[in-house]
Write a new protein. Sequence first.
Length: 284
Amino acid sequence: SLTASKPVHRERFFPTMPGVTHVPYAYCYRCPYNLSYPDCDIWCAKVIEELYFERFVPSSEVAALFVESVQGEGGYIVPPKEFIKELRKITEKHGIIFVDDEVQAGFGRTGKMFGIEHFDVIPDIITMAKALGAGLPIGAVVYNAKLDFGVQGAHSNTFGGNLVACAAALENIKVIQEEKLVERSAKMGELLKKRLLELYDKYENIGDVRGLGLMQATEFVKDRKTKEYAMKLRDKIVENAYKKGLILLPCGKSSIRYIPPLVITEDQLNSGIDVLEESIKESL
């Protein structure tokens, strides 16, 4: 019901949960409103109040606003800081719960424990999973104790509260803190960004390089001026890299995400980027 990155994720699942309204993310490289940052005055956030609340969705009927601090499946998109801050401002003004989805960006991935920390915003609720369990299946919801849900209740499921997964998650958080993996992600992220920008300078088919910490992406285009998507080129690069032993994961329409382990070494990272460049050369 909340997913909106690819139609395949919702195909044959309709009708989904009613009452969900989607708003375009702050994708400055391809602004859905054909505006340019910062002259846009963050219209992508203000449109919620000035258009959606005025015409389609009464603010009094909105229970919560869900947003990823860094968009994951949609293309590893980092929004302007003002975007997240404006969303928080809107939710506070209208008494709407602000939910930060950290399933992909959480636990050191962006060089902060949670991606939302880059934006100096405190959400009401944080959803988390993936890296929380370090390989074991677990998800969690953390909320501000000040939230008053009116009544107490219980929500159970067969595999909820799995003791092994919970123990692993607690130990995982301990390791992240003791081994300073958040700080390591920020440091190694600088090297990763540097290497990706070097590729950007060499290959015209790389239209954009973006990301935070060890959560980076490159978007491939047929032409930098037109920004026409290059899906086939992207897929070919992924295939060639796989044949060379480098596993890459696509995201968005024509992007590749780079999300190495937080414990990756400089040599490993450099070797991976070298293989990436070889794969790009072979694919062009």
